[in-house]
Design a protein around this ligand. Sequence first.
Ligand code: ZN
Length: 359
Amino acid sequence: MDSTPVTGTTSPSCLVCGSAKSSLRFVQRGYPVYRCADCGLEFVSPIPGPAELAEYYDRGYSVPLERYAAAGARNAARIADVERWCPERGRLLEIGASYGHSLAAARERGWEVAGVELSPTASAHAREQLGLSVFNCELQEAPLPTGSFDAVIMWHVLEHVRDPRDQVRRISELLKPGGFFGLRVPNVTSFGARVAGQWWPWMCPPAHLWFFSATTLPRLLDACGFEILEVRTLRGDGNNVYQYALMAAGNWLNELRLSLRPRPNRPADAPAAAAASTSPGTAAPAMTQAAAPSRRLPEAAPRPSGLLEKWLHLLERAQPVTNALARGTSSLIEPLERRGWGDELLVYARKKSSGRVAA
Ligand SMILES: [Zn+2]
């Protein structure tokens, strides 16, 4: 599954370190995913155009309101965690404010809040139901005064944007000197990502275009004039390690089967696409994808084999068992997550007071 050499094409250069030494890892749902040999950044290349992404989000990508409304305690806990670094509670901006629940939690805790959200439905809810100031546009187009925020938070957004460096620079402009920046993204060097490979639920282009690690994300922030305060990995809302181990076993068995009985025109991404669409246990953790994009592989993606369908069914049935096992062995798993194996990467940074932004 790993590192199919690319022949006859130039490697795309790395957003984080500029290296041209990247290799194709696999093609996922029709989108080539590369890994930088120098810093380890993984990324989709070429990046789909704005029109293609807009069509994808309009058609197949939705975040159910109930899911967010139910996460009240979690939202407040995340804001409280931010307050360890900024106890003064001044002006806070959330990028990707969704339905506004996180901002409402911050407002309740004494912050003056504003948000930016691309979804018309979610941003209207934030404004009309929660009375929040949430702009329905790209960050770059939002009429926000520069140097006016004490804190910016961005939970599971940076992996979606076409140009993360551009976003981070804009955030730096919006912050006061010394302002706080908190990010959460999927961790591509998590245990789950390592063992599940293409089956990792967060490996889901074109929703996700950039796959950061505890090395690459701090490096990007540093290059944009930030000082790193804290880097942690957490479980996130992803699967447990045992479920991932089962997925990995399925992946290996499938590879073995295919190598013993090679088929012509095998789509490289059939197992992951099938897993994402048929098993609730493997749905992308932070959001729901109603439909995987099929534009790039219109007729090429066949139905999963009977064997694969049985395996996916087994995975689904195994979920409650592995969840119980994970709860029972949390004392073993949590130290691993603290050591960087968790599915969710958290980075806290501070805008350097006099820092020059690297070109
Ligand atoms: Zn790199």
